[in-house]
Design a protein around this ligand. Structure first.
Ligand code: CO
Length: 211
């Protein structure tokens, strides 16, 4: 059997099991999507949003990219954000990084990953540069990488708050709350490192007055 054929076989078994547990499972989900959460996570195959949070299909709206970045020219991310906030009206947005992230490690190296990846990773190098004093003082490589992983999710949460999408939602419905989490590959535990509840203060430079 080819590797991808196993996926299709496993899918049949999974669907049958779901129906056995709850005969109306697919019927219900096919007509309604009302998740409370938007998840912005790393594409890393070891960090599946539903599995590590014990949630089911229908509970989390998901966007993933390398190193869970919020780039304000990324139409993909912004479309997901707008749909989740304006239409699904999610209550919480979680930016979840993970210790041992290859994207973070690559950004801390001087490797040339060719144009497209260099362009993407430069956003993480910028986070390092903004926190250079703190990071340069951490002598242990792994601890320094872990700290940049945490500072990276803080930065991405703050970037969410800078968008007009979030500022408008905060004004109109006092939500969603924004969370920065880091998942541990070694123990499976999520470390909550940062939070911006709705209407938290934003650097005045980024506040839109016509919202
Ligand atoms: Co990663």
């Amino acid at each position: 059997m080819k590797s991808y054929e196993k996926l299709l076989l496993e899918n049949k078994a999974w669907a049958a099991e779901k129906v056995e547990d709850d005969p109306s499972f697919f019927q219900r989900l096919s007509t309604l999507q009302a998740p409370d959460f938007l998840w912005i996570g790393c594409s890393d195959s070891r960090v599946p949003a539903n599995e590590i949070t014990g949630t089911q299909p229908g509970e989390i709206f998901v966007h993933r990219n390398i190193a869970n970045l919020v780039i304000d020219t990324d139409v993909n991310l912004l479309s997901v954000l707008e749909y989740a906030v304006v239409h699904l009206k999610v209550k919480h947005i979680i930016v979840c990084g993970h210790y041992g992230c290859g994207g973070i490690k690559a950004a801390m190296s001087n490797g040339d990953y060719k144009q497209v990846l260099n362009m993407w990773l430069r956003h993480i190098k910028d986070v390092y540069r903004h926190n250079r004093n703190e990071l340069d003082n951490i002598k242990d490589d792994e601890l320094r990488t872990n700290r940049l992983t945490e500072l990276n999710v803080v930065e991405q949460v703050q970037r969410l708050a800078k968008t007009s999408i979030i500022q408008r939602a905060w004004k109109e419905r006092e939500g969603p709350d924004l969370h920065g989490w880091v998942y541990g590959l070694k123990d499976g535990i999520i470390n909550p490192v940062y939070e911006m509840k709705a209407n938290s203060p934003i650097d005045p430079l980024y506040v839109y007055d016509n919202i």
